[in-house]
Design a protein around this ligand. Structure first.
Ligand SMILES: NC(=O)C1=CN([C@@H]2O[C@H](COP(=O)(O)OP(=O)(O)OC[C@H]3O[C@@H](n4cnc5c(N)ncnc54)[C@H](OP(=O)(O)O)[C@@H]3O)[C@@H](O)[C@H]2O)C=CC1
Ligand SMILES: Nc1nc(O)c(N)c(N[C@@H]2O[C@H](COP(=O)(O)O)[C@@H](O)[C@H]2O)n1
Length: 269
């Protein structure tokens, strides 16, 4: 289990503030069940060749200590963290906030339409929830028949399955609008989407870009090489049938952090 407590300096946190969901009264006054969609921050660590991990199914550390602390600061500033099941299976992640003095913990959300994630009492996120150092996940699925022992484990720790009707699955994929609505209905008003490759690439597609409020990318000074899991959204064609850039950040803001650089911006709509 990850034990280390992290600290993140105020002067760097202040630079991130324009890119984060608002703190303040509207945070507490919003009703638990709301039709408003949560604020989405897309955030991940990448290599210079756009790699997230060395290979599918492999956990790879890219962030140096200062940017890792930044990720935990971001976790302290969102109600939820979202990953795809590929990441849950590959990384056995903790998905908690290990920042020194963290006042609250984010809710892990795993998108797992077919319930592929074979979690157990020993899965890191479950161990952290049991120890009171994180929250048990909400699993967004189309499968309404989870394994009985996993259901008992999950619900015993305060997690749950959020079942979307199979009709919401187009080509085996949920629409982000449906994903965000089911999250909002849980009273979660801000979510950081951490990955992995498929999840990030889908949010970068033009039809989903409107859901993304902010992008915060840690760029590490390394090349992972061919065969890595990559951030590389689908090719986009212009009106003349010629390829155009798939996505672009506006108002980019670069923050050097240790050996890494953190790039913040908004997705051009
Ligand atoms: N460097 C970084 O910051 C990060 C790195 N990673 C790395 O990324 C890798 C995992 O990436 P990847 O393999 O692409 O997996 P993902 O984590 O992106 O999960 C993909 C799976 O999630 C499900 N899923 C995703 N979106 C939808 C949707 N809209 N509707 C329905 N199901 C959906 C699908 O499951 P199904 O196949 O069952 O249909 C899909 O195959 C790991 O190696 C991990 O270490 C992950 C996060 C951050
Ligand atoms: N910010 C960041 N930097 C890296 O180098 C990473 N590999 C990741 N991965 C993401 O963080 C999750 C692991 O979280 P825990 O430390 O186990 O809590 C992992 O699943 C990815 O979502 N992120």
């Amino acid at each position: 289990m990850s034990e280390q407590t992290l600290t993140f300096p105020d002067h760097v946190a202040n630079k991130l503030e324009p890119h984060l969901p608002r703190l303040g009264p509207d945070r507490v006054e919003m009703p638990a069940a709301t039709s408003l969609l949560p604020f989405v921050t897309l955030t991940f660590a990448t290599s210079l060749d756009s790699g997230l991990s060395l290979a599918p199914g492999t956990r790879t550390t890219l962030s140096g200590s200062p940017s890792k602390a930044m990720t935990h600061y971001l976790r302290s500033r969102h109600d939820a963290i979202c990953i795809g099941v590929g990441t849950a299976v590959a990384d056995d992640p903790g998905l908690n906030c290990r920042l020194d003095g963290a006042a609250s913990q984010p809710r892990p959300i795993v998108i797992d339409p077919a319930l592929r994630w074979n979690f157990s009492t020993e899965s890191t996120v479950m161990r952290l929830a049991r120890a009171g150092r994180g929250l048990a996940p909400f699993i967004i699925t189309a499968n309404c028949e989870p394994h009985a022992s996993q259901k008992a484990l999950l619900e015993g720790l305060g997690g749950k399955y959020l079942v979307l009707p199979p009709a919401t699955l187009a080509k085996q994929r949920f629409q982000w609008d449906d994903i965000l609505q089911v999250i909002a209905a849980q009273g979660l008003r801000s979510i950081m989407v951490e990955g992995g490759g498929e999840v990030i690439n889908s949010l970068l597609e033009p039809q989903n870009a409107g859901h993304v409020g902010s992008v915060i990318v840690t760029i590490a000074p390394t090349w992972l090489g061919q065969g890595s899991v990559c951030v590389c959204p689908a090719r986009r064609m212009g009106p003349d049938g010629q390829p155009v850039a798939a996505a672009r950040l506006t108002e980019p803001h670069w923050i050097p952090l240790g050996e890494d650089v953190v790039l913040c911006g908004k997705l051009a709509k």
